[in-house]
Each structure stands twice: as C-alpha cells, then as structure tokens.
Ligand binder design. Structure first.
Ligand SMILES: C[S@@+](CC[C@H](N)C(=O)[O-])C[C@H]1O[C@@H](n2cnc3c(N)ncnc32)[C@H](O)[C@@H]1O
Ligand SMILES: Nc1nc2[nH]cc(C(=O)O)c2c(=O)[nH]1
Ligand code: SF4
Ligand SMILES: [Mg+2]
Length: 223
C-alpha cells in the first residue's frame, strides 16, 4: 500500500516508550528541567535495570511529531534515553535534529553499541557496565576513543567488587583525563554513603551521583 500523507515514511519513525517533562536526575545537567525521549527496546538485560518497562511495546512515532511534543514543554535540555536509544539507527537523525533545533542534548547510552556516529554536539553519557550488571562483557572499549571533553562516563556500582573494578578501569584507561567520570550507586543495592566514603578514601578523580528523581518520585516511570 502506497504510504498516504498521514503515514510517515518508515525512515522518519522511531519506536517510543514515553516522552515526559521532568527534572534531570543524573549526570552533568542534574537539576535542570528536561524533556526525556525514551526509546523502546534494548539488547542488554542489566540485572538491576530500573526501566524494564521500555524493553517492549512503545509506539511508532514520526520524527516531526516527536520534535513537536518536545517543543511543547518549553525546556532547553533534552535527554534521549531508553531502553538503549542507539539500538534504533534512526536515533542518530533524532539527535541531529534536536541539536539543529538548538536544544542542549544529552544521550544516555550503554556503551555496548558504537557511539562514533553520534553528533559531536550531543553530550554522551556512556555507561561502562560493571561485573554485577551481568553485562560487562558487552562493554565496547573502542568507544573510549570517541569520548569528547563534554561527555561523561558513568559506572553504576552494585557492590564493593564493582567499585574496585570501576576504580581500576578508570585508572587503566585514564578515563578521567578524557571526560568526567560518574559513579552511581544501584538504588537499593549499595549504601550511597558507603560509595561516597570509598571515593573519598581512595581520593578518586570521579564525581559521585545519586539518582535525584528517585529521591523526588521514587521509582515511578515518567519522572
Ligand atoms: C535506563 S538506562 C537507559 C540508557 C542506556 N540503556 C544505559 O544503560 O545507559 C539510563 C541510566 O540509568 C541507569 N540505571 C538503570 N537502572 C539503575 C538502577 N537500578 N540504579 C541506578 N542506575 C540505574 C543506567 O545504568 C543508565 O546509566
Ligand atoms: N528524572 C529522570 N532523570 C533521568 N536521567 C536519566 C534517566 C534515564 O532513565 O536515562 C532519567 C530518568 O528516568 N528520569
Ligand atoms: S543497557 Fe540500559 S536499558 Fe538496557 S538493560 Fe541495561 S540499564 Fe536497562
Ligand atoms: Mg531512568
């Protein structure tokens, strides 16, 4: 069937779980009003993932509609996340269009997929998965070569073993000299104060973060 004017060409569509307006709860833009565009689907299954609801479902949305809904919230910051946003190749087009529209754009990505084609205007917030995630074999180490000074590497820490792995990886790859490094406790698995004290004790060149949105709204989706 020939596409009618109402059905966007496939190249223009993305599978979206939710678009919501909230306070940025993570990384360098923490505290700013932000519009989140959560893409559906992820090839990984981190054992502690707090967004399993984004693995399936979602709606096919036209790029223009996504841009219009983002604009309706009147926020400067936009965070493209998921699920794993880069699992949809057309996410690269969305990122470019958001940058062209003048937004301050961040991308939350697992670091398991190649980030080299991401628009350099985007602030990449790239996870390195520690062993207790169950997905540390998926870390694509070549991605470290594509980090820009405004990017951030985040390690989510679920135990002392994860902390020691992260501490050693940051030192071995001198990641703190490439960009900002964030250590973030797995909500409910390790005491935030413990992680903070480990960082102080070892005088690490990393930035401690707590998921601010969970303090404000618990683990509710869409916040
Ligand atoms: C839901 S993921 C989506 C983006 C991408 N798939 C990734 O893993 O980076 C967004 C961020 O939330 C973090 N995250 C997921 N579950 C978490 C949890 N239970 N505690 C702390 N951070 C968590 C991820 O590590 C990632 O940094
Ligand atoms: N408020 C809020 N801030 C966030 N920063 C990164 C998020 C994510 O799920 O990627 C997120 C989220 O889910 N909510
Ligand atoms: S990569 Fe991100 S979305 Fe996928 S399972 Fe891990 S934390 Fe969840
Ligand atoms: Mg989240």
């Amino acid at each position: 069937m020939a596409p009618t004017t109402s059905t966007p060409a496939v190249a223009e569509r993305l599978r979206i779980t939710e678009i919501f307006h909230s306070i940025q709860g993570e990384a360098d833009a923490i505290g700013w009003r932000t519009v989140f565009v959560r893409l559906t689907g992820c090839p990984l299954r981190c054992v502690w993932c707090d967004t399993e609801y984004s693995f399936y479902g979602g709606d096919w949305r036209a790029m223009d509609d996504i841009l219009a809904e983002v604009a309706s919230h009147g926020a400067k910051h936009v965070c493209v996340t998921g699920g794993e946003p880069l699992a949809q190749k057309r996410c690269l087009i969305l990122l470019q269009r958001l940058c062209d529209a003048g937004y301050d754009v961040s991308l939350e990505t697992s670091g398991a997929l190649d980030v080299s084609a991401v628009d350099p205007r985007v602030r990449k917030v790239m996870d390195l998965k520690a062993p207790d995630s169950g997905e540390s074999k998926r870390n694509l180490w070549s991605n470290l070569d594509h980090l820009l000074p405004h990017d951030q590497v985040k390690v989510v820490i679920a135990s002392r073993a994860d902390y020691e792995w992260a501490r050693d990886v940051v030192a071995e790859h001198a990641i703190d000299r490439r960009c900002m490094v964030l250590f973030s406790p797995v909500h409910g698995a390790v005491q935030p104060r413990e992680l903070a004290e480990w960082i102080i004790e070892d005088k690490l060149p990393v930035r401690f973060q707590l998921q601010l949105h969970k303090l404000l709204w618990n683990d509710a989706p869409g916040h």
